[in-house]
Design a protein around this ligand. Structure first.
Ligand code: ACO
Length: 388
């Protein structure tokens, strides 16, 4: 790479070493700490994956039990957080709610200044990550119900100590103390695993930029949430659902695809910076969406329309669905409101962000690229500083 070559969008730039995941490497699939994503999705819970990502090894049964206890404690929202959630408008986007909730928690339970230093002692950082991961589901459900019905959600009323993070979310969303439907729970738990980590994706890189300045963990995570929100990144799962909702049959889907492509518009849920021959997460999400569509209350037409669009994109553009495409129809068939799709991505990805913040701190150099200046040449200020 020539010294003054511009790599727009940092395409192809290898910004640092990382031991967290492999994405799109030749002859290697998507792995977290060396374990294949398909195996993790089939055999493990999200809680095991959270431990794996943040600590580098799978947990023992005892470690998993300790983690579960901490995640149960992390469900508690301080009154100050609840008050802030009540003050936020009903029209707010839930991603803004989470970004703000993260900041508010950071004012109440700040990271100790010593930990912000580049120490090799990372357990405290990981504990903050666990606190945030455990509280994000309750936070979003508290805000949701308060603004839907004015109810101040009694979080523990519906929950038990052995509830997983996916069960917590589904129980609180539907205000039910019963264990959620097994397939619905599997969809949310597996989506958490699939969404948990993805190398230097935009939000992760953003969190590493913030970490590289020696800022605190809450600032790193709120930076990441703000970056994930956009439609070209995590926000794509919501954007997919918005167009799927408008389509009644395959002909309408075909017309939509042809119309967008003729106007050179991007179709959300397709394409990827790294994967040019398909996203390995897509097969898992697609299978879950298909399983849901086969249930009595499933929506086979939604799955069929999605398949039709997928086929057209492959044939017309040689472009493949990414993780967000079938996540949309899967979440929708579980009954999750569309604007809560990307917040679920936050619950999951916080573990990956934390793993990267720890890694950045342990091998830190401030991330500070340069630009090729194209502004005005040096010139004199008019006298008095006014335009003549
Ligand atoms: N629909 C139609 N055309 C597309 C799409 C798409 N989804 N994605 C890329 N293209 C086009 C581009 O416009 C570009 O066309 P051009 O050469 O005529 O300018 C060409 O394909 C090549 O684009 P890339 O260089 O491969 O795209 P890039 O790496 O810059 O962007 C991105 C990747 C942002 C994911 C892009 O494919 C996109 O916008 N997809 C839709 C949004 C989306 O689904 N995002 C989720 C990503 S996965 C995740 O965050 C979990």
């Amino acid at each position: 790479m020539a010294k003054d070559e511009i790599r727009k969008g940092l395409v192809g730039v290898i910004a640092d070493k990382s031991a967290v995941s492999t994405v799109g490497r030749k002859d290697v699939g998507l792995t977290y700490r060396g374990y294949r994503i398909e195996d993790l999705a089939r055999e493990c819970s999200f809680e095991q994956v959270l431990w794996l990502l943040t600590r580098g090894a799978l947990p023992t049964p005892d470690e998993l039990q300790q983690l579960q206890k901490r995640l149960v404690a992390a469900r508690r929202l301080p009154d100050e957080v609840k008050t802030c959630l009540e003050q936020m408008p009903a029209t707010a986007h839930p991603m803004d709610v989470l970004r703000t909730g993260c900041s508010v928690l950071g004012t109440l339970e700040p990271e100790l200044v010593d930990n912000v230093r580049m120490t090799k002692e990372h357990e405290d950082v990981i504990r903050i990550g666990e606190r945030l991961t455990g509280s994000f589901g309750p936070m979003i459900c508290y805000w949701y119900h308060f603004h839907q019905s004015g109810e101040r959600l009694d979080i523990e009323r519906y929950l038990e100590d052995d509830d997983s993070l996916s069960q917590v979310f589904l129980k609180l969303l539907f205000k039910s103390a019963a264990k959620p439907d097994a397939l619905h729970n599997k969809v949310v738990d597996t989506s958490y695993i699939l969404y948990a980590e993805h190398d230097f994706a935009a939000s992760t890189f953003a969190s590493r930029v913030t970490a590289s300045t020696m800022s605190d963990v809450y600032s790193c995570i709120s930076t990441a949430i703000g970056t994930l929100r956009g439609n070209l990144h995590g926000g794509a799962n919501e954007a997919v659902m918005h167009f799927l909702e408008d389509l009644n049959n395959e002909q309408e889907a075909a017309d939509m695809v042809n119309s967008k492509l003729s106007k050179k518009e991007v179709i959300m849920g397709f394409g990827h910076r790294i994967y040019k021959n398909g996203d390995p997460r897509n097969a898992v999400f697609k299978d879950l969406s298909h399983q849901l569509s086969q249930k009595p209350e499933g929506k086979p037409h939604l799955y069929a329309i999605s398949q039709h669009i997928e086929g057209m994109m492959e044939n017309l553009k040689g472009m493949y669905a990414n993780a967000d495409f079938y996540a949309a129809s899967a979440y929708h068939q579980v009954g999750i409101p569309t604007y809560l799709f990307t917040p679920l991505f936050v619950v999951a990805r916080t573990s990956g962000w934390i793993a990267h913040i720890v890694e950045q701190r342990s091998q830190n150099r401030i991330i500070r690229p340069s630009s090729a200046y194209i502004g005005p040449a040096e010139r004199d200020l008019p006298s008095g500083g006014f335009v003549k």
